[in-house]
Design a protein around this ligand. Sequence first.
Ligand code: SAM
Ligand code: SF4
Length: 339
Amino acid sequence: MSPSKNTEPTRRLVDRFGRVHNNLRISVTDRCNIRCFYCMPAESVEFMPRDHLLSFEEIERLVRIGTTLGIDRVRLTGGEPLVRRDLHRLVERLANVPGIVDIGLTTNAILLGEQAQQLRDAGLKRLNISLDALDPEIFERVTRRDSYDKVIEGIAAARAAGFSPIKINAVSVKGLTEGQIIPFAELARQTDTEVRFIEFMPLDADSQWDRDKVLFADEIVAILQAEFGPLEPVPSANPNAPANDFRFADGVGRIGMIASVSQPFCSTCNRFRLTAEGKLRNCLFSLEEVDIRGILRNGGADAEVADAMVASIASKNEGHQINSATFVQPDRPMYSIGG
Ligand code: SAM
Ligand code: SF4
């Protein structure tokens, strides 16, 4: 990967609140091989027509233009990014873009058994695996699919390919995943695994989200402290990191909380998103988008694409309004935005 000093940004993606954006999350597909209830509908999902998806060439062009505006980190997501054919080829292209210093991938790991080594060889350094339960029955209740063994296989393949530490993100849902917290903590304490619990956000397809279904970070900390003794906050090396990390009293292992609902981290946000069909979203909860695919496919110049990115960031709101009575859930659920 090329060092950022090769491409000095000509402008920066700064919003009205002074937040500088250097981190782009790129969705490569809205398709998925499971159906997590907090993200997708159970049945009859209407996916984007394939010719609506940005090609790898189009994504690479957008990222190259983004580096002139200070983008130096990208993360591939979806839907499930590993269902997009030859994803490693995109990783390879992006790894060769001057100015890109970090490429991450967020995956459910079901197809990692086949792809982990290829991705590693293509230049992928960081992998976040989404797994909400270590109990196969709870896993099936969340995902509405029987793929637990494939996930475990995928995690083993990721380890064998050299991804270290293994990072697991677990969405926490009240009345469903409380029993998973201690087993995940044991995993974090006994193996080279970082576990982060994510609060359930109102981005589901069935509009079933309710505050009462959020297992809050403070409640998770209380469950952990009752078992392991006091947790100690660990100051983060990265001021833009969404997770609050804690270490256990005996010094063995650490655990993270992504408290998007109860402790929003909007004031330090440096991220924006590109949907699989080429819409820029300046926030997960944004109600507006900027159409980049239209510019790319209508012969738009690089400067037009850059202006569209600048405009998207310029219109970013101060923060999400989940905790306000006026909150409006976006009409696109998580799988169609790109998490
Ligand atoms: N399919 C991949 C995966 O699951 O890792 C990538 C896409 S998924 C949308 C990205 C992340 O968003 C996953 O960690 C998932 O658990 C999380 N997610 C999806 N819907 C969510 C919701 N309503 N609240 C909190 N996290 C959610
Ligand atoms: Fe698929 Fe990821 Fe959504 Fe689960 S969270 S349905 S794995 S896109």
